[in-house]
Design a protein around this ligand. Structure first.
Ligand SMILES: [Cu+2]
Length: 335
């Protein structure tokens, strides 16, 4: 008897007989993509797909990380975003846990702080169920112009779009933005000017926040110069941070150093090696040179870094923040 009942229940579920009763109360689950990039990761789209989604009370959104670079999905409910750097008494600078790790959820009613934590690597998705109607904005804490909106209608309100329609629109927006990013990349080069001693090359780090595009390259991937010439890197992207770091003969330093704790997740610190500038203004050989973190806003820091090359050779440098995305450049210094 029990077996027959089980078979009937399974058949009923398969036919959707119960749809509209028990399963509807659980709400529908939607998917929003977080970030996107070009296959070589040079063009980063700091966006959500779709950017605005309309759902009903009781529905859940699964935010799925769809890029390499870290993002967060963070509902601030009108509060200010937390600082990204917290100086400690011992001189180290912490990357705060409230940014790095999930907090709040799995429901959101329009108040309080609900954060996915950094979506990166294995931490690929975050679920939130919306319990109150309203219009709620959220952002990536690491890229403040990356903002999305969830419109929550009262339960049972017909949906304006299906997931398939959102996905199709998102694919169009993504393709358009990737094309714009490719154009920006093609148009971005180091420029030459005459200095008091040799040529000065200005290498721009750019993005287009109005189109939510960031370039994770240094303008000209391989720049060939002469001994005595100067390279000036200029950070112009208000929605990003970068470094210019020549590792020398060592490894590329980590940006964030985790410190294991007796309990819970590790505490995260900015690598003290990359915070201060290093090496001075003259590049005299294959040793460590570092710009420090270049940041135009929130709060503004250094936006320029200059090196005069005094020795021939081939020198590769990295942005230590964006190593997984291949943000590197090479200076070839000819005699
Ligand atoms: Cu970078």
């Amino acid at each position: 008897m029990g077996r027959i009942l089980a078979v009937l229940v399974a058949a009923a579920l398969g036919l959707g007989v119960f749809a509209g009763s028990g399963s509807a109360a659980a709400g529908k689950t939607w998917t929003v993509g977080v970030g996107a990039d070009s296959p070589d990761h040079a063009v980063q789209l700091l966006d959500f797909y779709p950017r605005t989604i309309t759902i009903d009370v009781g529905d859940t959104i699964t935010f799925v990380h769809t890029a390499v670079v870290e993002h967060t999905v963070t509902f601030l409910s009108g509060a200010k975003p937390p600082a990204l750097d917290v100086p400690q008494k011992d001189g180290r600078v912490q990357f705060p846990a409230v940014v790095a790790y999930p907090q709040g959820g799995p429901t959101y009613n329009g108040t309080g702080y609900a954060n996915s934590g950094m979506l990166v690597g294995d931490n690929k998705s975050w679920n939130v169920t919306f319990t109150k109607p309203g219009r709620f904005t959220y952002q990536c804490l690491l890229h403040p112009a990356q903002v999305g909106t969830v419109i929550v209608q009262p339960a049972g309100t017909p949906y304006p779009k299906t997931q398939a329609q959102y996905d199709a629109l998102a694919a169009q927006v993504k393709a358009h933005s990737l094309a714009a990013g490719a154009k920006l990349r093609a148009a971005t080069h180091a420029t030459k000017s005459k200095g008091p001693h040799g040529t000065v090359y200005t290498a721009p780090m750019v993005g287009d926040p109005t189109q939510r595009i960031a370039l994770y390259r240094f303008g000209t991937d391989t720049l060939t110069i002469k001994v005595g010439d100067t390279v000036r890197w200029v950070m112009k992207d208000p929605d990003e941070i970068h470094t210019v770091t020549f590792p020398g003969t060592g490894d590329v330093p980590a940006f964030i150093v985790p410190e294991p704790q007796p309990q819970g997740p590790p505490t995260l610190y900015y690598n003290p090696k990359i915070l201060p500038p290093a090496g001075g203004p003259k590049h005299t050989g294959n040793t460590y040179y570092n710009s420090s973190i270049m940041i135009p806003v929130n709060p503004p820091g250094p936006t320029e870094y200059t090196l005069t090359f005094t020795q021939p050779g081939t020198f590769t440098y990295w942005c230590v923040v964006h190593v997984p995305e291949g943000m590197r450049g090479t200076i070839v210094v000819t005699p």
